[in-house]
Design a protein around this ligand. Structure first.
Ligand code: ATP
Ligand code: MG
Length: 299
């Protein structure tokens, strides 16, 4: 008899709502899930049959592990209660229970309902290489159409190519389109998700900072840059202070540091926008420090 922890018990017995269990590797997630299944099968008031449950995993190995652990738990329960017809039935149903990967479950559904989807019931899943080749082909055709086409959207297409490709080729655009595709199909409604992407770039008249959700990300990036700059200035100051250091740079470094500190105080977008075009890093004195020359020569 396992002594389940309080959290494990909650994960086993909580019913009537969705639950999400996240726990460290090897901490007993599968054990808890197996026990949750066993408890449902052996529930006195509402015993269920194993083929009424849907258990999906990500890998084949996990599905096999799940199935064999449920089998072992059923055997154990049966050895404690050898006359239970219900348990015997569960063991015999185990083979046709839906304990599989998410993919093979979906494949079964599609195959069973192929007639509704108007596809050949003898379809098969492309392997990764075939799928990549097909995707490549579609991408080539698509780009060829766009490069050769004419129309209102053509301008936009070339703007995208100009902005996102390198001088040499358009591989970056291909990768961008591919990344957008891959990301979009992780969403339940990929087309809507793609359509919505442009909404965030629509800047309303008399906009408020809160209207533009991406401003926060830009501000975070600026803050990160400023932190990095400050660290470098601090490092440079340490070096300048060393006995052999380029002490003449100290004034300029002090001023740069002040500038960075000032910038870090700013939070409103308007303030940031006014500040940066006017803010300059100091020029460092051309007149060589006596010691700096020495350092150079040492290298
Ligand atoms: N409360 C407990 N008391 C004693 N043993 C436990 C307890 N909870 C889990 N175990 C044991 O710990 C071991 C690891 O459990 P399990 O395989 O379920 O972990 P997991 O979280 O699924 O691991 P992984 O991250 O590798 O999938 C198993 O032998 C299981 O029986
Ligand atoms: Mg596990």
């Amino acid at each position: 008899m396992v002594n389940w922890t309080k959290e494990q018990e909650a994960a086993i017995y909580t019913a009537g709502k969705d639950i999400l269990v996240a726990a460290a590797a090897g901490s007993g997630k599968t054990a808890v899930l197996v026990e949750r299944i066993i408890q449902k099968l052996t529930n006195q008031e509402q015993p269920v049959d194993i083929d009424e449950l849907l258990v999906v995993t990500f890998s084949n190995a996990a599905a096999q592990e799940m199935s064999s652990r449920v089998g072992a738990a059923l055997e154990k329960a049966l050895s404690e209660n050898p006359s239970s017809m219900h348990l015997k039935k569960q063991l015999s149903l185990l083979q046709k229970a839906s304990i599989s990967t998410l993919h093979s479950f979906c494949l079964d559904i599609v195959r069973q309902h192929a007639y509704m989807l108007d596809i050949d019931p003898g379809f098969r899943i492309l392997d990764n290489i075939e799928a990549d080749l097909l995707k490549q082909e579609v991408m080539d055709d698509l780009l060829e159409d766009w490069y050769g086409g004419e129309g209102v959207n053509q301008e936009s297409f070339f703007a995208v190519v100009d902005r996102f490709s390198s001088d040499r080729n358009d591989m970056d655009v291909v990768e961008l389109v591919d990344a957008l595709y891959v990301f979009s199909i992780q969403n339940p409604w990929p087309d809507q998700w793609l359509d919505r992407l442009t909404d965030v770039y629509k800047v309303p008249q008399n906009w408020q900072e809160t209207d533009l959700p991406w401003l926060d990300s830009v501000k975070d990036m600026i803050a990160e840059e400023l932190d990095g700059l400050e660290q470098e200035i601090n490092l440079a100051m340490e070096t300048a202070k060393e006995p052999d250091g380029p002490y003449l740079y100290m004034d300029a470094l002090e001023q740069d540091k002040q500038m960075v500190e000032q910038a870090k105080q700013l939070t409103a977008w308007d303030d940031l926008q006014t500040f940066f075009p006017l803010a300059n890093l100091q020029g460092y004195p051309v007149k060589k420090c006596r010691n700096a020359t020495k350092i150079k020569r040492k290298k």
